[in-house]
Design a protein around this ligand. Structure first.
Ligand SMILES: Nc1ncnc2c1ncn2[C@@H]1O[C@H](COP(=O)(O)OP(=O)(O)OP(=O)(O)O)[C@@H](O)[C@H]1O
Length: 261
């Protein structure tokens, strides 16, 4: 079903083969600006492979990815990040030997004007810019609710707060789109509820999200649109209500669960 909105990301006929395995098979879908889109599917469905193709970690065997009007197929991850797409990983990727705020500042540095030489010389303009970056990092920590931990070492944070830290670092880069790979994994109920609130608030502020998630309660609660993969093939897409009633989707989940919810 066609939905209204301005398209931000287009995945067009993406296929990825690993030897004889077709991990992603001719998958197409759009992500609209301001939308929360979930990619779901049983284990081995091709979700991570698809994420890795969209973010430039893997090149597709065929097909095209367009972001904000630019063909990004085959571009390097850092080039895609510069265009305004960031991601978090299934396994936490925080710099454990840095403070919490320094971690977030690494995300914000993408937009700094300072050259390495200027930074080394510590000229006044650099100090001013560093200060601005630190303030911005603090605002990002406030948005995810862990500003009070800014000067703690990242490794001392419990798992749930490290996940929030990753999200603060992602938003510090001022992306248009954030991809979250299983954001709810390892979180308890209270942490999951808070992360849902954070995501919904960031969406209100104009961010677009694509996320891979096994936690169906979260998927059904916050997604505007859901894409379902099974064995590399897109077997359905639609609103949570449409997915809930989609027989092919329910059948793909049988054996794992009785229904998708
Ligand atoms: N580097 C690789 N080499 C060979 N096969 C791979 C590789 N990466 C993924 N695959 C295969 O591609 C298929 C899709 O894997 P993928 O990890 O994308 O699925 P997934 O939906 O993310 O699964 P999960 O929910 O378990 O993380 C699987 O059959 C997997 O074994």
């Amino acid at each position: 079903m066609k939905r209204n909105g301005q398209v931000l990301l287009t995945v067009e006929h993406i296929t990825k083969q690993f030897g004889g395995v077709v991990a992603v098979n001719d998958v197409s879908f759009d992500v609209n600006k301001g939308e929360i889109l979930a990619v779901i599917g049983p284990n081995g469905a091709g979700k991570t492979t698809l994420f890795n193709i969209v973010t430039g970690i893997l090149a597709p065997s065929s097909g095209t990815v367009r972001f904000n009007g630019t063909d990004i197929t085959g571009k390097k991850p850092y080039q895609i990040a510069q265009l305004g797409m960031t991601r978090t990983f299934q396994n936490l990727e925080v710099f454990t030997n840095m403070s919490v705020i320094e971690n977030v500042m690494t995300g914000a540095h993408r937009n700094m004007k300072t050259s390495f030489l200027q930074a080394g010389l510590r000229v006044p303009s650099v100090k001013k810019e560093e200060k601005a970056v630190e303030e911005k990092a603090m605002r990002c920590l406030e948005k995810v609710g862990i500003a009070h931990l800014a000067y703690e070492r990242a490794e001392t944070l419990p798992y749930g707060n490290q996940r929030l830290l990753e999200i603060a670092r992602a938003i510090a880069a001022e992306p248009a789109l954030i991809l979250l790979d299983e954001p709810m994994a390892g979180l308890n109920d209270e942490e999951s509820r808070w992360l849902v609130e954070v995501i919904l608030q960031l969406r209100k502020e104009g961010l677009t999200f694509v996320f891979v998630e096994h936690d169906m309660e979260t998927v059904m609660a916050i997604s505007d649109h859901i894409v379902v993969l099974d064995n590399g093939v897109k077997i359905g897409e639609g609103t949570p209500e449409e997915i809930y009633r989609n027989k092919a989707v329910v059948a793909a989940y049988l054996g794992e669960e009785e229904t998708v919810c």
